[in-house]
Design a binder for this molecule. Structure first.
Ligand SMILES: [Zn+2]
Length: 321
């Protein structure tokens, strides 16, 4: 009798364990099935994907927001992430040419290797206008890192809306079961972003026509939206650091103009832009250009709140010492 009881209790325990295991296997399998795995080259695209995909996605960004997106270390761990991706989002226009293609090839993931695959989304195809498309052939051997036009289009928040729409379309194609979920979130995102664009626009209105100099040509879309006039660049060509004689000539030219602001991302050397600003009576601002570019900038909204807030407060105080 006693032996029978022991046997019964062991059998029950085994049954319970098996049930638990089956339950967890089922749940994790379902979880894995339900989530679309998205990998983005840069963090701003990851932020937009999260806005649209919510908890239906698992999103990983490769480059960090405080890194120069033109030059990123192609880490082996990135290959593993790409190997499991259902969707790869990238900037395009050769922004990532120096590091992403080798990772994509290494991933051996047919979902993302072909540019025609649903899992491969070049976000530059989603925006209405690419600025600064060269009229003559330019390649990287000439040092210019913008051979197909300017790739820094996410710094115009209106392009954030176009890109979000394109991401939603692609998610619906990959994961049609959740189409209405993506539609809902897109609608909400566009509504919130449009309201913020109006708010940022109003802040920028008094500063339309402001003459600015930037380190890299990263701000042309921003200036186009904000109504700033870019009158010079610290890099003689995108990707080429300035020589002392180039800097001297830039300072001479800037003194003849009324440049109020010098902008450089924090991953560029800060000494030269700060010195140029000092010599010409301009203000100097180190700004983030991607989500994650600085602590506390976790969303696309945070990014423009910081950029617009800091530029307008700098310009408001310009010349007041
Ligand atoms: Zn660039």
């Amino acid at each position: 009798m006693k032996l029978y009881k022991i046997f019964q209790s062991v059998a029950l325990s085994i049954c319970f364990a098996l049930l638990t295991m089956t339950f967890f296997l089922f749940v994790s399998a379902e979880d894995a099935l339900a989530k679309v795995r998205v990998v983005t080259s840069v963090p701003t695209l990851a932020a937009i994907a999260k806005e649209i995909g919510g908890d239906k996605l698992e999103v990983e960004g490769l480059a960090k927001g405080y890194q120069d997106p033109h030059f990123v270390d192609a880490k082996p761990s990135y290959v593993l992430l790409l190997n499991k991706a259902d969707l790869l989002l990238y900037t395009g226009l050769d922004l990532e040419i120096g590091w992403l293609p080798v990772l994509i090839t290494g991933s051996r993931n047919s979902k993302i290797t072909s540019i025609n695959a649903p899992g491969n989304l070049n976000s530059s195809t989603l925006i209405p206008i690419v600025l600064e498309v060269p009229t003559v052939r330019v390649d990287r051997s000439m040092g210019d890192v913008h051979p197909l036009g300017n790739p820094h289009y996410m710094l115009d928040p209106r392009n954030g809306i176009s890109v979000a729409k394109g991401i939603a379309d692609r998610l619906k194609e990959i994961d049609p079961e959740n189409a209405s979920y993506y539609d809902e979130r897109l609608k909400d995102f566009v509504k919130r972003l449009s309201a913020k664009i109006k708010e940022w626009d109003e802040k920028l209105v008094p500063y339309k026509g402001t003459e600015v100099v930037t380190y890299h040509k990263s701000w042309v879309y921003f200036s186009d939206w904000a109504g700033f006039k870019e009158v010079g660049y610290i890099e003689p060509k995108p990707g080429i650091p300035p020589s002392p004689s180039y800097v001297a000539e830039l300072i001479r030219k800037m003194k003849e103009m009324n440049v109020k602001l010098v902008i450089a991302e924090s991953y560029y050397p800060q000494k030269t832009p700060a010195l140029i600003a000092e010599k010409t009576g301009a203000s100097f601002l180190a700004l983030p250009s991607q989500v994650g570019g600085r602590e506390g900038i976790n969303t696309y909204f945070d990014l423009f709140d910081a950029i617009v807030g800091e530029i307008t407060s700098k310009l408001a105080n310009h010349g007041k010492g």
